[in-house]
Write a protein that binds this ligand. Structure first.
Ligand code: TRP
Length: 349
């Protein structure tokens, strides 16, 4: 374990403590790229966490990071549909638009403008070292890294700092970006005077969930259960999940990763230990395992899916939420940008 990971874990634990003691004092921001439908990996990994933070009284900022879509691909795809779906998924899962600000990059000019002074604080060598950017370039098969892919971690610093968020719930892959954000805040403060807090990551304790074929979950591999699927689609998709030839079901993540992954999902839905689920299924085999998982997921997601269907019908309500969110984010970003201009002495009238 690296020193910086250790340090991030310790800070994450300190934030957990503050969440227990004084949740109302915390401002949370997180973001998703609108590249497609959210799936159960997002649900157990981060969405549940957001809703929990909201319920505990923290202030919630939920970014739909539309400019980040074109970091590792040329085309935006059906960006309108993806943005709407992401908004709907978040609300259906329990984010309350009256308490959470849901907004998109492209509608908040003052947020984007923060990128300019922030870029002046960062070296190209530092950007080129970011391991997450390197991984993304590699998995997208990119040989020549574009300007936005190289610099988006600094743009992400603007995402987090424009509203002076102090807690950012993320997975481990996002830690380099959080570290970059802390560096940008620190350097800005040193150069121009105390302006930004140094935000902390809140690392999810959700276990890593694999795709239905036992490899990394990825929409392009078709190995995910999307939140918006119907109960029948879910059951059908699960029938194709990979298991192994041993009929007796046991929970053994090292030797039987695919079976263990399905047991883990049942455990997350039902709140029962995976070992116990395995015992209960016993020699029922893969068929019983998949059937039980389909029922568990369909039960867990039923309220969310019902709410989703309602929201899909209510086009103007969803637009209204985004309009209000963008307006609110715009006001706060303007205020921060004014403060930044003042600190930099860029006030002429
Ligand atoms: N980079 C994040 C991802 O790929 C999305 C994101 C954009 C984000 N801006 C953010 C996450 C700000 C946390 C905070 O998932």
């Amino acid at each position: 374990m690296t020193d910086s990971y250790q340090a991030a874990l310790a800070r994450s634990a300190a934030i957990e403590q503050r969440l227990d003691d004084d949740p109302g004092s915390l401002r949370m921001l997180t973001g998703d790229r609108p590249t497609g439908a959210l799936h159960i990996g997002h649900y157990f990994g981060s969405i549940q966490n957001r809703v929990k933070l909201q319920q505990s009284g923290a202030e919630i900022w939920q970014l739909i990071a539309d400019y980040q879509v074109i970091t590792d691909r040329d085309m935006l795809g059906d960006i309108q549909g993806s943005v709407r779906n992401l908004t709907i998924d978040n609300i259906a899962a329990g984010l309350d638009p009256d308490r959470a600000t849901i907004f998109t990059h492209s509608a908040v000019p003052a947020l984007n403008q923060l990128l300019l002074p922030f870029l002046s604080l960062v070296s190209v060598a530092e950007l080129q070292r970011n391991p997450t950017v390197k991984d993304e370039a590699k998995s997208a098969g990119i040989t020549s890294i574009g300007g936005l892919l190289l610099t988006y971690p600094v743009h992400q610093a603007a995402d987090i700092l424009f509203c002076k968020a102090d807690v950012v719930p993320v997975g481990r892959d996002q830690l380099p970006h959080l570290e970059q954000t802390r560096v940008v805040a620190r350097r800005f403060n040193e150069r121009y005077g105390a302006t930004f807090p140094e935000p902390d990551a809140l690392l999810s304790d959700a276990p890593l969930i694999l795709g239905l074929d036992g490899t990394k979950m990825s929409k392009s591999k078709g190995n995910v259960i999307e939140l918006r699927m119907t109960a029948d689609e879910t059951a059908k998709k699960l029938k194709g999940a990979k298991t192994d030839s041993d009929r007796v079901i046991t929970y053994d993540p090292a030797a039987r990763p695919e079976v263990a992954n399905l047991l883990l999902l049942i455990s997350l839905c039902e709140g029962v230990a995976p070992e116990q689920v395995a015992d209960e299924i016993g020699d029922g085999g893969g068929g019983t395992l998949k059937k039980r998982l389909a029922d568990a997921i369909n039960t867990e997601l039923a309220p969310l899916r019902a709410r989703r269907l309602e929201l899909e019908q209510d086009t103007s309500y969803v637009s209204d939420i985004l309009r209000r969110g963008n307006e609110r984010a715009g006001e706060v970003a303007e205020r921060t940008l004014d403060e930044v201009r003042e600190r930099m002495g860029m006030v002429y009238t």
